[in-house]
Design a protein around this ligand. Sequence first.
Ligand code: BG6
Length: 494
Amino acid sequence: MTTPKTQQSDVAFDMVVVGGTGDLALRKLLPALYTLDNYGRISKSGRIIAVARWSGDRQAYLRSFGERARQHIAPGELSDEAWSRFAERLHYLEMSAIDPGAYGELAALLAGHEDRVRIFYLATSPALYGDVCRAIAAAGLVTETSRIVLEKPIGHDLASAQEVNAAVGAVFAETQIYRIDHYLGKETVQNLMALRFGNALFEPMWCAQHIDHVQITVAESLGVEGRGEYYDTTGALRDMVQNHLLQLLCLTAMEPPARLDQHAIRQEKIKVLQALRPITHREVTTNTVSGQYRAGAIRDQPVIGYVDEPEVAADSTTETFVALKADIDNWRWAGTPFYLRTGKRMGHPVSEIVLQFRRVPHLLFQDLGEALQPNRLIFRLQPDECIKLMLMAKAPGSGILLRREFLNLSLTDRPGERSLAAYERLLLDVIRGITTLFMHRDEVEAAWAWIEPILDGWSNRHVRPRLYGAGTWGPTESVALIVKDDRQWYEHVV
Ligand code: BG6
């Protein structure tokens, strides 16, 4: 298999993973780094230094947490030999990352390697970002080539996001800060830009005149997966909408950037966020729906309700589902709403962006086959990655009977190709110093500025999440949200 230049790096690096025993490190980061290593995409000299407060040495870490990370590597990609090679890069240090006095061993390990790209990956609670950055600085570990990677959510509202950004910004320049939104690393999301700006076909139709509305759905069948403590103080609006769904909205709605570089793309995304019409406190009851799953079944297996999950308060009112209608007040999108929804423990794990075109102006084929449906362009991110264009076509046979057909562009790998998974791509970009797929501080703050009134509105109006059965498409109120506009959620999972 040949690896394109953009998908590998010879850059020598040291990556310090703060929160090295946490869920993110074990589920996403170590498996992604292993895979990059396995395909020879990162420099052989690169080191990964997991740090956490767990007491144990490197061998014990590998036995315990290394084993757990291995379980998240696709079986076809895992071999003992490749894992042992990878494990040689992996170090573990027991330390408190917020205590500048605890950095001695790490400093010793990094000493003499100042010429390497030094990456601090904060896979820890966002509440600690400021303290960790101050401690890194106080320990004298910030070099010219240092970079810091921050996981979302950055803050829990606008003020706290500004505070985090200011604290991190006091230590690192904006060009050194990589705010991750792993949805931007997904293959289909990248293809959204390729399709829009690499083809002359779609862009003229990409506006309110031709598009009736847009739906963005991120439905998960997973529950909170042992993250009850984090999730119960976060909820779906902060965990998913503020970042992943708004990023998808931005890429769908933004104007064509002049260049494919970080400044141009970020500028266009910020303009979209600033054009989002604020949802007033009064409108939260008409334009948003929150939900919480109760016990039900996923693929015929019974699952418990949200309030029975470990570390979740028995009387929790945290939302595990959100649906909302967003309007973009600009020339391109006036009159074309964006409907967003996301939820945990839904029946079908599917993530997709659906652009529904306007209906044909004259019904020539009335009563001739399936009801004439408007064209839809579907970007599916998960479970399979593909782009589909739904068209009406003639059914074979005599006479004209119409039926629905799909033009299907599958994005699964061709023989000899292997595309990068989201974290693989983003980690590689951090090592290579490419910031295009990371969020600027202004983007994060603009997103919070739009989300915050919804949170305030819910609290102000005492909005409680509506219960929905695990394994369904969410509360019935979310159907009403779109049906009252004479539209329907697209739920055609094949
Ligand atoms: C994370 C959220 O950012 O994204 C999780 O914190 C969620 O709650 C996850 O499950 C979904 O990511 P993906 O790539 O599995 O769709």
